[in-house]
Design a protein. Structure first.
Length: 558
């Protein structure tokens, strides 16, 4: 339906038009500022979204803009992340973050009250609201361009010549201050001159002009800060899936920390059970081709660990299986199956498959599967080596040499049968590095030569929707404290010169390539814990840097 038809429906039929799939901003200002020096302007920024909201009301005659989602607990790498007002994806730490879109939204919601009406015949880049008695007024402006805009506002019909008009602004920082230093601040108060107000809406900014009280406006401190700091999910971790009935019901039978990419995993009695059968899938529909049942949980920072799980195959059909994955980062690198990392599937016909990034790397028969009782599968993930056990018996291993998945959470796999699971246990490998922190490609910790191209509005398949492209003889530097590191991003083929603490790691150039989203194209792990400086130069080809993983037990945010 065109926007013109929307207006027609509103004007001629008195039908309300709702914007029910409204998007919060998808960029992260603390990184975006290193791309455009603003952090809040450009495509998919809060000024971009604010412009969309204003046009929804002023041009399209809509009466509601509903964010989807408003609050979310998505793992990094899902299609909506980080497009939300509030991020709450580390529930184990009780931490949440107030995103830039929340402060953008307050420019609209905190200065208009129930029953206020839109005033028509105003410029498309602003909305004006007033109560029916015209005792107050609020106007919201947005400028998502590179030049300031001036407005002359005639209030001669409002009898407000003696009123004070407060100005609240959200704009980019100045003089290398904190990226959010100028968000949601009262910058001035104006009194009309000869029934006119003159205001300037700066480039890449949002401005609210209001007669309402603004004493509560205190920048980002307007909103109460979280009481807790963000923390990783520490190992060991376990879940029996034996939940009190009331607790399971209040959660809609969803197990803790999980996100389903295919199928439906629910608490059923004292176990976790996959509920979707093939006969439930719709015929002749795009949803017929959704991934096989898989749910993931845990922390993306887990590096060297063992994961074990008990399973019960409820059906002996040849295509029925149960399994698990380790180093599961995101399904976006394997969208058809959603099976990333290293996976193991145990089939009811007594054969097993080891898969890496949804490709079968080994298939073999097993002789110790009990088809009438519970079985236990265990995967030991040690750097790029994976060892698999069934009922405490070693059944196979795999060493990954090309595409690296250095860390990630765990996932539970099932065929389209109502298989059951219980007793999940994840333990760190003693004497090894347990965690990795992720430094975003657009972090201020990384410095680039001028030819690098930064993108703060990349695909959701990149961490935080950011990346930096480096062509021939482009380089970057990073100082960190920890053990080794891994360079993550997409590369077809490139030759690199890598220096660590002023020394080349190889006499000849290092050849890398064949990596997909969120995978590592180079890893160095044999470094002692210390402060290090790395320099990476592209000799030929091109790399698209997503992030740098730092191995160590410090709490670098992922």
């Amino acid at each position: 339906v065109s926007f013109r038809n929307n207006a027609h429906a509103f004007e001629n039929n008195s039908k309300e038009i709702w914007y029910c799939d409204g998007r919060p901003s998808g960029n992260v200002p603390k990184f975006a500022i290193n791309s455009n020096a603003s952090g809040i302007s450009g495509k998919d920024s809060i000024t971009d979204v604010a412009s969309e909201i204003i046009k929804a009301f002023s041009v399209k005659k809509m009466t509601m803009y509903q964010f989807f989602p408003a609050v979310s607990g998505f793992y990094n790498g899902t299609s909506h992340f980080p497009s939300q007002l509030i991020t709450a994806n580390s529930p184990w730490s009780a931490y949440y973050s107030i995103n830039s879109s929340f402060f953008m939204t307050m420019h609209f919601t905190r200065f208009a009250e129930k029953g206020w009406r839109f005033i028509e015949n105003v410029p498309e880049e602003c909305i004006v609201l007033m109560p029916e008695n015209k005792s107050e007024i609020t106007a919201v402006f947005c400028n998502n361009t590179s030049k300031s805009k001036g407005y002359s506002i005639d209030i001669s019909a409002l009898n407000m010549d003696e009123r004070i008009f407060n100005i609240i602004e959200t704009k980019s920082p100045q003089f290398e201050r904190h990226y959010a230093s100028n968000w949601f601040r009262k910058t001035s108060a104006k009194k009309p001159f000869k029934s006119r107000l003159y205001i300037e809406v700066k480039a890449g900014s949002i401005l609210t002009l209001t007669t309402l009280d603004t004493l509560f406006v205190k920048g980002t401190d307007t909103v109460k800060r979280p009481l807790f700091k963000k923390k990783r999910l520490e190992l060991p971790y376990k879940d029996s899936f034996l939940y009190p009935e009331f607790f399971a019901e209040t959660r809609g039978k969803a197990p803790l920390l999980t996100t389903d990419s295919g199928g439906c995993f629910e608490i059923s009695g004292s176990v976790l059970q996959q509920k979707v059968r093939k006969d439930m899938l719709p015929e002749n529909s795009v949803f017929r081709d959704t991934p096989n049942p898989i749910t993931s949980l845990g922390d993306d920072s887990w590096v060297n660990y063992s994961a074990e799980l008990e399973f019960f195959l409820v059906n002996t059909s040849r295509d029925n299986y149960a399994g698990m994955s380790v180093h599961y980062d995101s399904s976006c690198a394997c969208e058809d199956t959603a099976e990333c990392g290293c996976s193991v599937k145990i089939y009811a016909d007594s054969h097993a498959e080891i898969c890496f990034m949804d490709k079968i790397v080994s298939s073999f028969s097993i002789d110790n599967l009990n088809k009438k009782r519970w079985n236990k599968i265990k995967i030991l993930a040690l750097a790029n080596i994976y060892m698999i056990y069934l009922n405490d018996k070693f059944i196979g291993d795999f060493e990954e040499k090309n595409v690296l998945c250095p860390c990630g959470r765990v996932a539970i796999l099932s065929g389209f049968y109502e298989n059951k699971f219980r007793s999940l246990k994840v333990n760190a490998v003693s004497g090894t590095v347990e965690y990795a922190g992720r430094i975003d490609a657009l972090s201020s910790d990384i410095s680039y030569t001028r030819d690098a191209h930064a993108d703060a509005d990349a695909s959701y398949k990149y961490s935080n929707r950011t990346n930096v492209k480096l062509g021939e003889y482009t380089s970057f530097e990073l100082e960190y404290t920890g053990y080794g590191f891994a360079l993550c991003g997409t590369v077809e083929f490139a030759k690199l010169d890598i220096e660590v603490d002023g020394r080349k790691v190889s006499v000849s150039n290092i050849e890398v390539g064949g990596t997909l989203y969120r995978q590592a194209f180079y890893r160095m792990k044999n470094i002692s814990y210390h402060k290090h400086k790395i320099r990476v130069t592209v000799i030929s080809g091109e790399i698209t840097l997503d992030s740098v993983l730092i191995f160590g037990n410090s709490d670098i945010s992922l």
